[in-house]
Design a protein around this ligand. Sequence first.
Ligand SMILES: [Fe+2]
Length: 341
Amino acid sequence: MKKLFHLSALITLFSFIANAQVYNLPNLPFGLADYEPFVDAQTMEIHHDKHHAAYVNNLNKAISGTAMEKISMNDLLMYASFRSATVRNNAGGHYNHSLFWDILAPKEKQGPISSELQKAIDSKFTSIDSLIATINKAASTRFGSGWAWLVVTPQGELAVYSTPNQDNPIMDISAERGIPILGIDVWEHAYYLKYQNKRADYLSGIWNLINWGAVSDKYAAALTDPLLKELEKDNWLAIKDFHKVMAQTFHPAEEKNFAPLRTRSGELYAKAILLKNSTPPTSANNERVQEALTRLEKQCLDIHQLVQKPSKDEEKKNTQLFEMITKAHDIFHEVEGLCHD
Ligand SMILES: [Fe+2]
């Protein structure tokens, strides 16, 4: 019996280890000196073998033994606001640098730009040169360390953004969201040995290494990536705003604390109006969602009116309020459910 117990404990342990996510440092696709003269071999070595390796090791350490071992990199990034600074910085560091190595190549190893990406760039930025100027501007005006990005937005369009530190536009802390297809690292560790403080010189050098063939592959992949739809839903800020007030009023009410609901019913109603007037994600912008939002707004109005109404029986009023906020909460989850259909 004891042996059996040990065996089952071992199996559980092995299956946990087998399912656990461990991130690995990817190899550089080319030799350290192959990026010269635009980026010197020593910078490449330190950047990849030390900086990127540290992000990978620190990320593995931070998630080891936690529920985060079981979730994808996209989820780690997407809900970065819920993660510790260590997870946010090191998950971002690993993702961002992996992308960076993917899109850098010596001239003779670079692939041509696809006609689809060329067309998208021409229509949004008029030419590659003006796209490069836009990215360089984002990169040179990024204060301190960070990245400049070319992303595919949730609407499937190209856009140029920049983020501080190791953040990126997949993260919910980024005001502008999208899937990055090209990133320029503007941390000093990317250029200091060769260019010292001259970020502009590094920027004009790095474009010689951008492999438009690889960027084109990332563009095609991003357009069909289910992550795009997830980003669009996650970026419906009006529903996040509403949810915050709903959670801060409904959950105390569940524990018979009606003070937050009674003091914030006007705010809840205002957020419901803003939500009704906001634009839902394209995939969820349909009659059923609009109809549910109308009911939600009405329900919040009813709650607010009841709160304001004088009452001789506060107990009874609380019972009524609880029924009403529970119904509003149900409608809110109905909207959320419709978004995930
Ligand atoms: Fe870097």
